[in-house]
Design a protein around this ligand. Structure first.
Ligand SMILES: NC(=O)c1ccc[n+]([C@@H]2O[C@H](COP(=O)([O-])OP(=O)(O)OC[C@H]3O[C@@H](n4cnc5c(N)ncnc54)[C@H](O)[C@@H]3O)[C@@H](O)[C@H]2O)c1
Length: 341
């Protein structure tokens, strides 16, 4: 491995600029190849991002043979993630891939096994862990000021008109979006999933083919209950993409609007129908050097170069994916589902 990490990016669609823009600012990563089943997408990105030396192609194996990269960045659609990841791992590359790992647990488990067998890092983009305010929120809850966390509620209401693969995807909200919120919930609470009940629906007026809304109740470890109410087809009063959060602890409550506002209160006395409340001053968020995609890409590359494990390593991220697939199973069967990882 030279000073520069050689990378092939596979999947040159909507999200790939969220990768390539920060990568352009990292002088230790060289994009040596761009792959897309639609060659015009790869050529367009090559031109727009001024990646003059990058080899383009429609077949990952061929481009890997020509470029011999250290890492593959997978920004293809969810259905393609297992094939792209396993092909890259088998050719000796570390992989950083878009969420969700796969459209089934079986496929995701095979990806983890292949990474282990090939002794390569396979990590997943969960860019919402790399935000100043989610860390400030998590740290305040962890500080114990509101006691032990018992309940975590997340609301996600966004009217998003994507067009493309999402319009026809089954369980679109749970599989393509809720993975972020479920992973955030694990990050915020430090708890892992135990069981789930999910009611999924496609409301009147939905412009998606399937499952644009869901109400989900998880039991997490230590008896914590997590609720998620979400919709991708609700017009008006959008929440943030990061959800609107309420964490209830044994002594108080902490809110985060998914943007800038974090507020907390706890009882300050033992008298009265409503106990007197004190407001907390939340410690200012520490400014991360790299946020979002840039944050996880930087962490991944540092681990490839120096050793170490990215926090979104597949062995951990599969727990968030298990929440998604158990919620899907509950929605399909109408039953509460135990979550085994
Ligand atoms: N982390 C985030 O915040 C975030 C945001 C949006 C999308 N995403 C994820 O990024 C991925 C891509 O989403 P998008 O919105 O860019 O989709 P998109 O449809 O705009 O782009 C996907 C691209 O992959 C190409 N492709 C499909 N199968 C391929 C294969 N087998 N080999 C090579 N190329 C292939 C398509 O031709 C297309 O150009 C999805 O997994 C999605 O969930 C993540």
């Amino acid at each position: 491995m030279g000073d520069k990490i050689k990378a092939v990016l596979c999947g040159c669609g909507g999200i790939c600029k969220a990768w390539l823009n920060p990568i352009a600012g990292f002088n230790d990563i060289e994009i040596v190849g761009l792959v897309d089943i639609k060659i015009e997408n790869a050529e367009k990105v090559k031109l727009e991002c001024k990646l003059d030396k990058a080899v383009t192609g429609t077949d990952l194996k061929t481009v890997l043979k020509k470029t011999k990269p250290d890492v593959v960045f997978d920004s293809t659609i969810p259905l393609a993630h297992p094939d792209v990841t396993i092909t890259a791992l088998k050719k000796g590359c570390h992989v950083l891939g878009e969420k969700p790992m796969a459209e089934s647990m079986k496929a995701a488990q095979k990806m983890v096994k292949t990474a282990d067998a090939k002794k390569k890092i396979y990590a997943v983009i969960q860019n919402r862990r790399y935000m100043d305010n989610i860390i400030a929120y998590r740290d305040f809850i962890k500080s114990g000021e509101i006691g032990e966390i018992t309940t975590l509620n997340a609301d996600f209401y966004i009217g998003a008109h994507f067009g493309g693969f999402r319009d026809v995807m089954k369980h679109v909200l749970l599989v393509d979006m809720a993975i972020h919120s479920f992973d955030q919930a694990r990050f915020i609470s430090g708890k892992d999933p135990v069981s789930v009940y999910c009611q999924e629906f496609n409301p009147k007026g939905s412009w998606y083919a399937h499952g644009a809304s869901a109400i989900v109740i998880f039991e997490m470890t230590d008896g914590v209950i997590l609720t998620y109410r979400g919709s991708w087809c609700s017009e008006g009063m959008n929440t943030s993409w990061e959800c609107d959060w309420r964490a209830v602890g044994s002594k108080g409550t902490c809110l985060w609007d998914g943007r800038e506002i974090i507020k907390a209160q706890a009882a300050s006395g033992n008298e009265g129908f409503f106990r007197p409340q004190k407001d907390f001053t939340i410690p200012a968020a520490k400014n991360l050097v790299h946020t979002g995609h840039a944050g996880i890409i930087r962490e991944f590359i540092d681990c490839v170069k120096n050793g170490g494990t990215p926090q979104t390593i597949c062995h951990d991220n599969i727990k968030s994916l298990a929440m998604v697939h158990a919620a899907v199973k509950s929605a399909e069967t109408g039953k509460k589902v135990a979550i085994k990882i």
